[in-house]
Design a protein around this ligand. Structure first.
Ligand code: ADP
Length: 270
């Protein structure tokens, strides 16, 4: 079953001004229930613009975003409802923490949903556990925590809404390799445990290839290819798009991908 579907999705910024910019054009993408999709592409290829349409934060200039068969931009009620179904974690989400305690920050989303205290409490504790925060941290101020822990609090705040679709924009940016692997493993845990769909935007090419069921490659606002990591690897599209040699090694847990050269244009080695 399709969770979210985009049809000929286009977004133009600053229409009718000298700064007019078509950021994404004609994107047709179906996100099936329970799948983890990686979105990759150079800086400026339209990744952030694309994902902000998935929970109606941006509205299409033309085309549509459907949830089931319903246009999510049909009216303001549908647009509001979609925010609880599709949780969006921005880049560097820790800058948006503002409550006095970690607990209150994580509870903010569920409280907005109008849930009762017992349900809010259950969700806060469950989301904190998912991202690896201890109970003792819940009473601290988010500002007492390290950068990596703040990132976890921000992600927990979205997970606590128990979205069917979790969309993350560069969730591991700026973290050290251990923090990166841990956060990624926890996102995968959430995906598996809740059978939630996940859209993971990453500069880190090999990270996406390792964890995604399918990978969407964007270039200049267009969807160039949408395929399983193996097929994308074998097509040679990665070498062409990024000028980076990707090496594949078979391990017990499946294929592992390594980027052989530090590429230019914002794709990280992983
Ligand atoms: P990515 O996430 O892949 O880096 P973006 O979606 O941020 O790509 O940007 C796609 C294009 O749209 C870029 O050319 C960018 O400069 C432009 N763009 C992004 N946000 C805005 C905005 N608010 N106003 C005008 N242009 C924008």
């Amino acid at each position: 079953m399709a969770e979210i579907k985009t049809e000929r999705l286009c977004h133009v910024y600053s229409v009718g001004t000298p700064f007019e910019k078509a950021a994404i054009e004609g994107i047709d993408l179906t996100l099936p229930q329970g799948q983890l999709i990686g979105v990759i592409g150079h800086t400026g290829s339209g990744k952030s613009t694309f994902i902000q349409h998935l929970n109606a934060l941006l509205q299409p200039t033309s085309g549509a975003v459907l949830c089931g068969s319903e246009d999510i931009n049909k009216d303001k009620f549908t647009r509001k409802a979609i925010r609880f179904k599709v949780g969006l974690v921005f880049q560097y989400p820790e800058y948006q923490l503002f409550e006095e305690t970690v607990y209150k920050d994580i509870a903010f989303g569920p409280r907005n949903m109008g849930l009762d205290e017992a349900d809010i409490d259950r969700r806060v504790r469950s989301a904190a556990a998912f991202v690896g925060l201890t109970e003792a941290m819940l009473d601290k101020s988010p500002f007492e925590l390290s950068g990596g822990q703040k990132r976890r609090v921000a992600i927990a705040g979205v997970i606590a809404m128990e979205p069917r679709v979790l969309v993350l924009d560069e969730p591991t940016a700026g973290l050290d390799p251990r923090g990166r692997d841990d956060i990624l493993a926890r996102i995968q845990d959430y995906h598996r445990a809740k059978h939630a769909s996940v859209v993971l935007v990453s500069h880190n090419l090999c990270q996406s290839l390792r964890v995604a069921g399918r990978v969407a490659l964007l270039a200049e606002g267009r969807l160039q290819q949408l395929s399983a990591p193996e097929a994308l690897y074998e097509s040679g599209a990665l070498d062409r798009a990024f000028g980076v040699r990707v090496r594949r090694v078979e391990t017990e847990g499946g294929w592992q991908y390594y980027c052989e050269e530090p590429p230019e244009g914002g794709v990280h080695n992983g």
